[in-house]
Write a protein that binds this ligand. Structure first.
Ligand SMILES: [Zn+2]
Length: 204
């Protein structure tokens, strides 16, 4: 489920639709949480899809650490990538605003954390654009992204959290423990398919 203070807009004919903040969303706000209405497609179910459904799933879903595809039921599936995104997936799976997002600003995300199966061209236009988004980006940039997320997560208890009630109980409890200092930080490396994580020799 995407944050309620968002709306779908056409970015341009080339990019298609994107998700925009309809009100200011401060750093530390949960912006996306997987909820029970999202469609979860197992590798077997994916293989059994016809070509049209498979293309739709490829375009609009992301792969979790188990290799399952998560296809959001709402506008979340239209969030575009930026190499300087304002939201990012955490090791718990939910997405958080890593900086203040102004009303009217497009919500953007780091696709490098979605277990990409192939490279994608990027035309985000940011000065730090990587030009290509690669399956190995998550391994290469995990340390930097974790640092950004750690900084943003400090704000979680201080801002309004309309999506917190949608967070699954285990993740919610684990997040609370991290925030009160009784549990270690959960790296974005936990989002990676097990094989990819092993290839990158990451353990935490
Ligand atoms: Zn880019």
């Amino acid at each position: 489920m995407i944050h309620p203070s968002t709306e779908l807009r056409l970015v341009n004919p080339h990019v298609g639709y994107g998700v925009f903040a309809s009100k200011a969303i401060p750093t530390g706000t949960l912006v996306f949480v997987q909820d029970p209405l999202d469609i979860v497609i197992s590798p077997e179910q994916y293989q059994a899809l016809n070509e049209v459904s498979r293309q739709h799933a490829e375009k609009y879903s992301y792969l979790d650490a188990r290799g399952y595809r998560i296809l959001s039921w709402d506008g979340a599936k239209y969030v575009n990538h930026s190499c300087a995104p304002n939201t990012m997936s955490t090791g718990w799976g939910f997405e958080v605003a890593i900086r203040d997002i102004a009303a009217g600003e497009e919500i953007t995300d780091e696709y490098g954390l979605f277990n990409l199966e192939w490279e994608m061209d990027c035309c985000c236009g940011h000065s730090s654009c990587r030009s290509r988004i690669r399956p190995g980006d998550a391994i290469e940039y995990a340390r930097r992204w974790d640092k950004e997320l750690r900084r943003a997560l400090q704000h979680v208890p201080m801002v309004e959290q309309p999506l917190l009630a949608q967070l699954d109980e285990v993740s919610h409890h684990s997040l609370q423990q991290y925030l009160n200092g009784t549990k270690r930080y959960r790296s974005v490396r936990h989002l990676l398919l097990k094989r990819a994580a092993a290839d990158g020799n990451v353990a935490c």
